[in-house]
Design a binder for this molecule. Structure first.
Ligand SMILES: Nc1ncnc2c1ncn2[C@@H]1O[C@H](COP(=O)(O)OP(=O)(O)OP(=O)(O)O)[C@@H](O)[C@H]1O
Ligand SMILES: [Mg+2]
Length: 317
């Protein structure tokens, strides 16, 4: 039986993105956004959709509500070529929603987690995991049950023989309740951004943060926005890769997830870590050329065309 390349394990929700907002919101007042778009949201879904667009065989494992937003999410994933049969529909909880207030270089999000909060180790389909080459987990702190059960889930995946990548994303509670010393040895590719890594390791600079994880991490790749990415290899070598400069950023929603999609697609194909990092920087930059996390990922050819035309890069995936 042919193995699934990647199982994306995590949260599913709808993104309601407001762009061109006239100022910052204030309680008790009202401001206008000039543009609005409703898209497939959630870090893990953007990752899954974009990895599939790049040519990987991707299945999603997650939970939505038995409602219109849930159907919207599943339809969108299917249209992107993502297998959705491992997504369960809850009768008790609604599909999650994120309202994104998007400003030029960053954004403020408000999320209602909904059904995604209730997917723990008991909802994991062990047979599907056994049939996957790689499992990507994202947004750990946004999902209560996944966060609670993460050690058991990582052990289960490890036992099945799949490789694992983890992007914790931000912890809305800012407690950063995760023992990286216990977790990281089980994670093949750790993919936080700079701010998240500093918060998780309780340091105020990236150099110290890397020292904290050095003895526990396999490969870590730290995303630095318009400064590109920094990779820590298992032999301790550090590799900094400047970003592909985009002077016309539309928005940066999902840049990190698109970086993950490019990197992990290359990783599963057995490319060198340097090629994986290069692919991640390119797909992260391509993401910033259109609205939302999947807007620039129309097809693999289109992604390659943007990479070549706008950044002078060949996407060899
Ligand atoms: N303005 C930009 N110009 C060019 N490349 C960018 C830009 N912003 C991000 N990237 C690329 O995308 C990668 C990931 O972006 P970023 O560092 O913002 O991730 P993140 O903080 O995890 O994002 P997310 O909010 O999507 O989780 C960067 O490492 C970089 O290679
Ligand atoms: Mg991120």
């Amino acid at each position: 039986m042919k193995k699934t390349d990647i199982i994306a394990l995590g949260e599913l929700n709808v993104d309601l993105i407001l762009n061109d907002i006239n100022g910052l919101p204030t309680v008790g007042k009202e401001i206008i956004a000039e543009k609005m778009v409703m898209t497939l949201g959630s870090s893990t879904a953007i990752f899954a959709a974009n990895a599939a667009t790049l040519g990987a065989e991707v299945a999603f494992m997650g939970m939505v509500g038995h409602d219109d937003f849930g159907a919207f999410v599943k339809n969108n994933l299917r249209q992107k070529g993502v297998e959705t049969s491992f997504i369960s529909e809850s009768d008790n909880y609604s599909t999650g929603l994120t309202v994104v207030l998007s400003y030029k270089e960053d954004r403020a999000n408000v999320t209602y987690p909904g059904a995604m909060n209730f997917m723990g180790i008991n909802e994991i389909n062990g047979d599907a995991i056994k049939n996957a080459k790689h499992v990507h987990i994202s947004s750990l702190f946004m999902q209560e049950a996944l966060h609670r059960d993460i050690v058991g889930i990582l052990k289960l995946i490890k036992k099945s023989g799949a490789t694992i990548s983890l992007d914790t994303q931000w912890d809305p509670s800012e407690k950063w309740d995760l023992d990286y010393r216990q977790i990281l040895p089980m994670v093949d590719v750790f993919m936080p951004n700079e701010t998240e890594l500093k918060a998780l390791t309780r340091t105020d600079n990236i150099k110290d943060a890397i020292e904290r994880i050095r003895d526990y991490a396999n490969v870590a790749v730290i995303k630095k926005g318009s400064n590109g990415s920094l990779m820590l290899k298992q032999n301790g070598e550090l590799k900094n890769l400047p970003a592909c400069i985009n002077i016309n950023v539309v928005d940066t929603v999902g840049a990190g997830d698109s970086f993950n999609a490019g990197f992990i697609h290359a990783f599963v194909k057995g490319e060198s870590l340097e090629e994986c990092q290069e692919a991640g920087n390119i797909t992260g930059a391509v993401n910033t050329t259109a609205a939302g996390g999947t807007g620039a990922f129309i097809s693999k050819d289109k992604v390659s065309e943007i990479a070549c035309r706008q950044f002078g890069k060949i996407l060899s995936l």
